[in-house]
Design a binder for this molecule. Structure first.
Ligand SMILES: [Mg+2]
Length: 228
């Protein structure tokens, strides 16, 4: 692709392997809280947690519960399913998760090799809807911080993807035009439509191999070395 100077990456589910990192964290917590006494395996615990987490996330998204409540209730309900009624433990687990999960380091296959390659040719930046303090920790613990000139969070830009304001904010910061930039991300609306809203080209990353009509789609980060 011609004329590209800046590459924008999404972080969660694009570079930083969110699902794997959550699973590692929950396995650590299974051991730490001695859950084997009550629950047959970490897999059973993780499956129940995912169910409860999704249920309460949806309530949070709908504005029905607060973030603080979400952090604890997903553990309290998970524990209850296995006959553990311990509010203090659920609260401690909620706090632990927030601290431990960003410290995990799993990235998608070929992430480092691809960034090594791209860094030689382009200026790289992250654009993420996550919280500043959490995303900074993730980037450091996974050892990819040195590839990026900027970590732009929605907090910093004052807007969330897919709003064009977060892309405009980044371009202004870089003194760049839309056709000098390209966005890579896993969410069709937030990353791809968001970039398009700001007139920026985009590449869709889907490790399961799903493609988006009319959008360059990749299933492995190393494909970027052929395209860019
Ligand atoms: Mg993402």
């Amino acid at each position: 692709m011609t004329g590209i100077k800046h590459i924008f990456f999404d972080l969660d589910h694009t570079l930083w392997d969110f699902n794997t990192n959550v699973e590692i964290t929950l396995r650590e917590m299974f051991v730490k809280y001695n859950l084997g006494k009550h629950i047959s395996s970490p897999e059973v615990f993780i499956a129940e947690y995912r169910f409860q987490n999704e249920r309460y996330w949806n309530l949070y998204i709908d504005g029905k519960i607060t973030k603080k409540h979400l952090r604890t209730v997903r553990y309290r309900k998970t524990l209850e399913v296995f006959g553990i009624k311990d509010k203090a433990m659920a609260e401690q687990m909620g706090t632990d998760y927030i601290v431990l999960s960003p410290l995990q380091s799993a990235c998608f296959p070929n992430c480092h090799a691809t960034l090594d390659y791209l860094k030689e040719k382009y200026s790289l930046h992250i654009i993420t809807n996550g919280f500043e303090e959490v995303q900074t920790v993730k980037v450091k613990s996974s050892g990819i911080d040195h590839y990026f000139d900027n970590l732009i969070t929605s907090e910093k830009a004052g807007a969330l993807k897919p709003h064009r304001k977060i892309f405009d904010y980044t371009m202004k910061l870089l003194n760049a035009t839309a056709d000098e930039c390209i966005m890579i991300g896993d969410e069709p609306t937030k990353d791809i439509q968001g970039a398009h809203n700001a007139g920026i080209r985009a590449i869709y990353f889907n490790p399961a191999g799903e493609v988006l009509d009319g959008v360059h789609s990749i299933s492995n980060l190393n494909q970027l070395m052929e395209i860019l």
